[in-house]
Design a protein around this ligand. Structure first.
Ligand SMILES: C[S@@+](CC[C@H](N)C(=O)[O-])C[C@H]1O[C@@H](n2cnc3c(N)ncnc32)[C@H](O)[C@@H]1O
Length: 384
């Protein structure tokens, strides 16, 4: 069935290899139609177009602009000169799809873009947060690699997996050049992508999935920024609630390493303290020996590990306050066998999918492991 907003005439050309989707030009609501604003509810600004003042036609001083509300055609005194209908008029910047290195497809600027410029609306199916949760489980079960859900507000999520526009190709960066902004357009909340700085033609357009990303699986971030958070949306509440996930089947998403373990442990909100040794912000638990020789980081096999930890080896668990510090520490102390140790114990819990470990299982495991090695374990507030 064709919904309003689906692009009937303009079948978009996709480069070879892009998974097809239904191109839409405005959000699609599953259970209702677009709102029809009552006349009383229409926000009318006080701008009047003055030919000698280009700023007069609903630019920065406009009351509607100041409240992130678009003017309504036919009600704005500036008429066709009104500059505050960019979502409605789809005044998008020129962008182009391109193949990234390791992050699937991405979107780049196909013209120079000015700081603050509207680039594109993020369009998709608007669904409730509950429906989004269910969908993300379904997508995960079907091993859908890419996630296209983004929160619209506390109750609604935009899902552009099946229906969307080119904004769905925006990749994440921990140091992005674009940001999302919410606007009220004809009574509906809509999500726009805006440039945070001047962007030159040919540069990739990125946003931070930080708080808003609504994803099912944990994906290793490949943005390459110095301040990288290691996982996509890692700081979002939803990530913390739902994504205690361990996924390494796909090397694009994970390459097994102790960093994964570290981050995973830190999400479990436990700090494990050593009986006799401490190290700055984080601690290395060393139950019986502090001179244990571990495998080198690169020696750890990628993919699932079924190997039991060697008998007699000291335990070690690390929780970091900063992923950068943790990373350095892992390399220094060659802590990859932690990863190997955690696997068999978690597998004992008999989950259908051993790559997905709920927090309570992880927490139990950490406690059990700590007492096994006489290591002190304290619950702390997540330090990330
Ligand atoms: C909204 S889609 C972006 C478009 C996607 N690259 C594609 O090919 O369709 C989000 C997905 O892209 C990938 N992705 C985006 N940013 C990434 C990053 N910084 N590192 C690794 N993967 C990333 C992840 O698979 C994520 O689930």
């Amino acid at each position: 069935m064709m919904h309003s907003g689906e692009d009937k005439s303009n079948v978009v050309q996709l480069p070879e290899g892009v998974t097809p989707f239904i191109h839409i030009t405005q959000n699609v609501f599953l259970r209702r139609k677009h709102k029809k604003l009552k006349e009383d509810d229409i926000a009318i600004c006080q701008c009047k177009y003055d030919t000698s003042d280009p700023e007069s036609a609903c630019v920065e001083r406009c009351l509607n602009v100041l409240t992130n509300t678009e003017c309504t055609r036919g009600y704005c005194q500036c008429g066709d000169t009104c500059e505050n209908q960019i979502f409605q008029k789809r005044e998008y910047a020129k962008t182009k799809l391109f193949r990234t290195n390791g992050r699937g497809w991405g979107l780049l600027a196909d013209e120079n873009i000015k700081a603050g410029q509207f680039i594109i609306e993020y369009c998709g199916e608007v669904i409730s947060s509950e429906a989004a949760k269910k969908r993300s489980h379904v997508y995960e079960a079907h091993e859908v690699k890419d996630t296209y859900m983004i929160s619209l507000d506390t109750n609604y999520v935009i899902d552009s997996t099946r229906k969307g526009n080119f904004a769905r190709f925006l990749n994440h960066s921990c140091r992005p050049n674009c940001e999302t902004r919410k606007w009220t357009v004809l009574g509906e909340t809509r999500l726009g992508i805006f440039a945070m700085k001047d962007i030159s033609v040919g540069m990739e357009l990125t946003i931070n999935y930080y708080f808003e990303w609504y994803a099912g699986a944990t994906v290793r971030c490949l943005c390459g920024a110095a301040n990288c958070c290691i996982f996509l949306g890692a700081k979002s509440q939803r990530f913390k609630e739902y994504n205690h996930v361990w996924k390494d089947r796909n090397d694009r998403k994970f390459s097994s390493s102790a960093y994964d373990t570290i981050i995973w442990l830190s999400y479990c909100r436990y700090k494990v303290e050593p009986s006799n040794r401490s190290h700055k912000n984080y601690n290395i638990g060393s139950g019986s020996s502090s001179t244990t020789k571990m495998k080198s980081p690169n020696a750890f096999p990628s993919g699932r590990s079924h190997g039991a930890y060697p008998n007699g080896r000291s335990n070690l668990l690390v929780v970091s306050k900063s992923s950068k510090e943790a990373r350095e520490e892992v390399t220094k102390y060659e802590l990859n066998s932690v990863f190997e140790e955690t696997r068999p114990t978690i597998e004992e819990h008999g989950r259908d999918n051993q790559d997905i470990v709920p927090t309570n299982v992880a927490e139990k495991w950490i406690k059990a492991n700590c007492s096994k090695y006489n290591t002190h374990c304290t619950l702390i507030y997540n330090s990330k």
